[in-house]
Design a protein around this ligand. Structure first.
Ligand SMILES: C[S@@+](CC[C@H](N)C(=O)[O-])C[C@H]1O[C@@H](n2cnc3c(N)ncnc32)[C@H](O)[C@@H]1O
Length: 247
């Protein structure tokens, strides 16, 4: 089984991520276990996409992979030949390694900041991926960073490759504050097993770190970098989360 690659420049980042791995990690596991963010429905569609689109062997880069628990499940019965997971958190990558052990393919786990790692891969010019997956991680970047980042991802895709983005998405005409307020109202209504303390943690995290864009903005970025097709494969009933494909 592959070991975790930890570039020197990222040691500092891994210390910072220990905080994420502690209490926030437990809350995130509770959210996943109760399907509060819709991973069940979204990853079902992702599985159908991977099976139907990649009828030949394909390579995947998973940015902000966390413990890869859902990714490992969707990769079952697909033609995956190589998987690279990237995350700030070493403990998460250790679990990702175990979760991915059910998949017969080459695996690499890289600890570090995905922005730095993507820049390095672009400069190296060797690696190309058929699928780049980013699930609930891009929204941490600000708009200019997202724009530049997606431009770099385009150059990492092999011909015919897809950037698959699963993320929170604002409605057109909705600003960040209104989106977060609406999302938090949904949490209060539907995430019934969260304790008040856990709710506060989610709220604080969203207020400090979540910067969703509209679908229109993401589509404009796709056009700017010459993706030939942009498609929304899933939008949740609350209109907060989407699965978007950049071809
Ligand atoms: C909300 S979790 C999503 C995990 C998984 N992809 C999923 O959909 O369940 C976000 C993950 O992104 C990682 N992350 C956040 N910012 C990152 C960065 N700049 N570089 C690498 N990983 C990052 C976090 O450590 C965390 O594991």
């Amino acid at each position: 089984m592959s070991s975790i690659i930890q570039p020197k420049s990222s040691e500092q980042a891994s210390l910072g991520s220990q905080e994420y791995f502690g209490e926030q990690w437990k809350v995130y596991q509770k959210v996943l276990n109760n399907n509060y963010m819709g991973h069940g429905e979204i990853y079902c569609i992702l599985h159908e996409l991977l099976v139907s689109y990649f009828q030949k062997p394909f390579k995947m880069l998973d940015l902000g992979c966390g413990d890869a628990s859902f990714t490992a499940q969707v990769l079952l019965d697909t033609n995956i030949v190589s998987y690279q997971g990237v995350d700030l958190s070493i403990p998460a990558l250790e679990i990702a390694k175990q979760n991915m052990a059910i998949i017969q393919c080459d695996t690499t786990f890289t600890q570090g900041n995905f922005s730095e790692l993507v820049s390095q891969l672009v400069q190296g010019q060797q690696d190309r991926f058929d699928a780049i997956l980013m699930s609930f991680a891009l929204h941490h970047l600000h708009l200019e960073q997202k724009d530049c980042f997606i431009g770099q991802l385009k150059s990492l895709l092999a011909s015919g490759g897809i950037f698959i983005l699963i993320d929170i998405v604002r409605q057109e005409e909705e600003d960040r504050e209104s989106y977060i307020r609406r999302y938090l109202e949904g949490i209060q209504k539907h995430w019934s097993l969260l304790t008040p303390q856990e709710y506060s943690m989610v709220e604080n995290h969203m207020l400090s770190s979540d910067f969703p864009e509209t679908q229109q903005t993401l589509q404009e970025i796709s056009q700017k970098y010459n993706f030939t097709r942009f498609e929304c494969l899933y939008c949740d009933p609350q209109d907060t989360t989407q699965l978007l494909c950049f071809y």
